[in-house]
Design a binder for this molecule. Structure first.
Ligand code: SF4
Length: 353
């Protein structure tokens, strides 16, 4: 393989993504006990609930740090709990804390995450009133058997109803899914995939299930009642889902939990990798590259064009993709160019003369 930068490789195309200001609302008295959740344990160590004044301080601090040219769209995100399951008074208190920034035009959008059974028309009216634009539902699975085993306390029927209400009300809908729940099989994964596509989300997040300290899953794991996915298997499943969602125009915005010392301290077992998403993208890139070469006459040399920023996923972790292409005798057929105008995670092809 010869590696050469493309003609436009000086600089990278800018992408306009909203700037997200995260506000963490942990647990706050959630009555459920999902098998994978350690929030019950964590919430006792997290101090008092975040106040409206604290929300204002967080937003102000972030805004002070943002360079004006990056302030295209600023989004305040309430993460970590089931927002619409909070008392209505509490929801209003948190949302109203963002109002002054929206009035000044320094914040344009609000996003939040919640449970499917905590959505109804009244709550959606209130969220719209306060400027919420994006709602993420912790769906986890669309298979009732898995939802029951995970102690979720809702069914797929409630997920369907919530998604229909959110879409009809014009919010951007995001869904969070877990891979490797107890009882998960290829058939249940495919069922969930088909049902998620029917739910018409704008985006999804894929999280391989991890066993966290203090969760009911940890107890099950230590009793031998749960075997987590291996890292390779989790990457394979996430790659399978990502490809299907891409084909349907559903954006996969994240794969794998945000790495950090807190997560690493809480981790007991499971397919954790700090760059899980990169592993999945590298796997898909290798597959794409092999397909392109397989479709060419044997021995045909090919110029492949990738985005500048995809060089590490083309190589793969520890250059594993390169090693694999070499093993297969394919590497010498490739001349690689980079071009900032090539869409991310795609490969352009020119047949070499
Ligand atoms: S994951 Fe389950 S138990 Fe944990 S906060 Fe969410 S709804 Fe409550």
């Amino acid at each position: 393989m010869r590696w050469s930068p493309g003609p436009f490789s000086q600089g990278t195309a800018a992408t306009a993504r909203p700037l997200v200001i995260p506000v963490f609302i942990p647990h706050e008295g959630c009555p459920h006990e999902c098998i994978f959740c350690n929030q019950q344990r964590i919430s006792g160590q997290m101090g008092p609930p975040v106040t409206a004044a604290a929300v204002g301080d967080i937003v102000r601090t972030w805004l002070d740090r943002i360079r004006p040219e990056r302030r295209t769209t600023v989004q305040v995100a309430f993460y970590g709990g089931s927002f619409t399951a909070l008392q209505e008074r509490r929801q209003r208190e948190l949302l109203a804390a963002v109002e002054p920034f929206r009035a000044l035009g320094s914040v344009q959008e609000i996003r939040l995450s919640t449970r499917p059974d905590a959505i109804d028309a009244t709550r959606l009216d209130m969220l719209r009133h306060y400027g919420v634009t994006t709602i993420e539902l912790g769906v986890q699975s669309c298979d009732d058997r898995l939802l029951r085993l995970a102690g979720r306390g809702h069914t797929h029927t409630e997920t369907t109803r919530a998604c229909a209400l959110i879409n009809a009300a014009g919010f951007t809908l995001g869904l969070q899914l877990l891979l490797g729940l107890p009882g998960d099989t290829c058939a249940s994964l495919r069922r969930t995939l088909a049902r998620v596509i029917e739910l018409r989300p704008s985006f999804v997040r894929l999280y391989p299930l991890l066993v966290l300290r203090g969760s009911p899953l940890e107890r099950l794991y230590h009793r031998g009642g749960y075997r987590p996915l291996g890292l390779d298997r989790a990457v394979l499943l996430a790659a399978f889902l990502k490809k299907r969602f891409d084909d349907q125009g559903i954006t996969v915005v994240r794969m794998g939990l945000q790495p950090g010392p807190e997560l690493e301290q809480a981790l007991v077992a499971g397919p954790y990798h700090p760059a899980f998403g990169e592993l999945v993208l590298a796997r898909l890139m290798l597959r794409r590259t092999r397909r392109i070469l397989a479709a060419m006459p044997a021995g045909q040399r090919v110029v492949m064009v990738i985005n500048d920023r995809d060089q590490s996923i083309f190589r793969g972790p520890r250059s594993l993709n390169i090693k694999r292409l070499k093993q297969l005798g394919l590497l010498d057929r490739i001349t690689l160019h980079t071009d900032p105008n090539q869409p991310r995670q795609t490969v352009g092809v020119q047949v070499a003369g």
